[in-house]
Design a protein around this ligand. Structure first.
Ligand code: FES
Length: 154
């Protein structure tokens, strides 16, 4: 917990699918919940924010640029603000997130989920699928088995 702050993201490599090498890894940008930015806590999974680096346009890896407090995608110019909400370019929704839980002063990372522009949670959607308005009905979640929770690997 002491490695994370409210004002900056820390990149962490996650083991999403064990046993398949680099193909099973994902990158998450992690920070603590900030009531001034994020509003009141929704629940116990909201105390730590873990944002997926996978762009929701077609899946390129985004990079967090601290000076601009934005996530930037190199492929087609997608830009997301500090909270991962799209502010420019073609992505159709905010960046996906991972469930988080604090136990024994450590951060545990759970399955990925998708969010709409109000950061309401939805089961994971594929890149390119919007979640606002009629989009949430046009692109229902595809059935899948959620991966086992993994711990940040440093
Ligand atoms: S993949 Fe990120 S903007 Fe296209």
């Amino acid at each position: 917990m002491s490695q994370f702050s409210e004002s900056d993201y820390r990149p962490e490599v996650l083991v999403v699918t064990p046993g398949i090498g680099e193909a099973g890894l994902a990158l998450a940008y992690i920070r603590l919940h900030d009531p001034a930015v994020d509003g009141p806590l929704k629940d116990q999974y909201d105390r730590v924010i873990a944002i997926s680096s996978r762009c929701v346009h077609v899946g390129c890896p985004v990079r967090y640029v601290a000076a601009a407090q934005s996530f930037v995608c190199p492929c087609h110019g997608g830009v997301y603000n500090f909270r991962g909400i799209r502010t420019g370019g073609p992505p159709p929704r905010p960046l996906d997130r991972f469930y988080t839980l604090i136990r024994d002063d450590r951060v545990w990372i759970g399955p990925r989920y998708s969010v709409n522009d109000e950061l309401r949670r939805f089961s994971p959607r594929a890149p390119g699928e919007p979640l606002d308005g009629i989009g949430q009905f046009l692109y229902p979640a595809t059935p899948s088995t959620p991966p086992a929770p993994s711990q940040a690997k440093s």
